[in-house]
Structures are given as structure tokens and as C-alpha cells.
Design a protein around this ligand. Sequence first.
Ligand code: TMP
Length: 252
Amino acid sequence: MVRRQKLYEGKAKILFKGPNPDTLIQYFKDDATAFNAEKTAVIEGKGILNNILSEHFMKGLSSIGIPNHFIKRLNMREQLVKSCEIIPLEVVVRNLAAGSMSKRLGLSEGTVLSRPIVEFYYKKDNLNDPLVTEEHIIGFNWATQAELEEIIAIALRVNDFLSGMMHSVNIKLVDFKIEIGRYFEDEFGKLIIADEISPDSCRLWDKLSGKKLDKDIFRQDLGNLIDGYKEVARRFSVLPNNSVSGLKEVTK
Ligand code: TMP
């Protein structure tokens, strides 16, 4: 076990100081929260599965030139990532109506949208991450007009790529959330995807049965969350060999 200096603890992850000033170590916890932490649980093995799945999706994005913070996985719960200045937005892309969109607009869950819809939520827990418009983003200087255009382009590219990845394993990508940060190389900043891409941050439905394989299992009390996440990992051939419950921890 290596001693780490904690910089920030969120609901599902902890960020530690990395070996260089421009890196961080991202630790995936087993904590699950929903509805802004009104509902909480510790689900053994969730952090391990999210670490491995986020690695898999980020590497996929890198392979087609979509910049992201992932550098390498260090062990079963930690990955080395690039340190960036997070833009305080949750960028959501939706292909089918579900979750808060269904509720807000009275659409039945699973309604196919005529085109992918990009939404922005202001990252502020004490306000419950409110939905905001492009006007707010520019008006409050959370991002510039040029950054906003690039964020939308990145979000739609991620949607196309991830939808295809999911399709190849018979999963429907209903929606997902990404976070984007400014990464500075020399004095030039560029936008990169940060945080995680995992069944915590996506809605994933089995194509044939419609079964939910994502955090809605926990949000809606639909059964065993780990079984859903393991199924996603199994389909992408990244499920660790160690039997789960004991998805064993291996620390390098
Ligand atoms: P929503 O329907 O609850 O707005 O969620 C849209 C997508 O964003 C869904 O895939 C789950 C994900 N999400 C997060 O990753 N973090 C959050 O805090 C919320 C509310 C949603």
C-alpha cells in the first residue's frame, strides 16, 4: 500500500496527488448514491468494475483521437489521470427519454428521440445540479462560446462512438454524462474528457430483454447492481477473473 495525499473526495471517487504536478490518482470507491445522496449504499466491488470499465471506454475514445484524462490503470481501484481544470458542467447526451427528462417533459421511458439531445447541468450539489442553458454557461463565464461549441462536438462524437461500442455487445446507450476539463500543455489549454465513463454515468439497456445494466438498478431498487455491471464487463471481455463477491483487490 502506497501512502497517498488526498486532494478531494467526491461521492464515488477520491482524487489523490499524482507522481507529477500534472497528474492525479483517481480512486474508485464502492459507495453508491442517488438523488443527490438522499439514497446511499456501499456496494462491494462497484469501484473495481467502474475502474476497469472506465479504462476500457476511455481507451476506446483515445483510439479514435478523442482526448481524455486516462493515462493508465494502476491497480484494481486506481488509475493515473491527467490533472485538469474541471468545467463546472455535467454534459448529458440522450438518445432515448429516461430519468429526469422523462419526468420533466412527461415522456414515457424509452421514447426514441428524433436526434441526440445535449443538455447541461450546473455542477453544484447544494442546488441539486440544475439544468442550465447555453446562455447561462456563457453569461456566467463557465465556458467560452468556442469551448461550448467544442464541448457539444465532443459530446456528440462520444455518443456516436459509445453507441457503436454498446451496439456491438447488444446494449442500447440510452444516455450518458461526461465532464470536461481544461488541460494545459505549455501555456495552451485543450479540452479533455475527465471523471469517468461507467454504468454509474450511463444508462445501458440490454437490447433484447430491455433489462437495465446501470445505476438505475440501485436508483430504482431493481435487484443486484453488481450483476448488471459484471454483465457489461463480461460482454466487453474485461471482467476480472477473480470470482465476485470477491472481485479481489490487487495493489501494485
Ligand atoms: P438524469 O436522467 O438523472 O438527468 O441522468 C442523465 C444521465 O446522467 C444518466 O446516464 C445518469 C447520468 N448522471 C450522472 O452520471 N450523475 C448524476 O449526478 C446524474 C443526476 C446523472
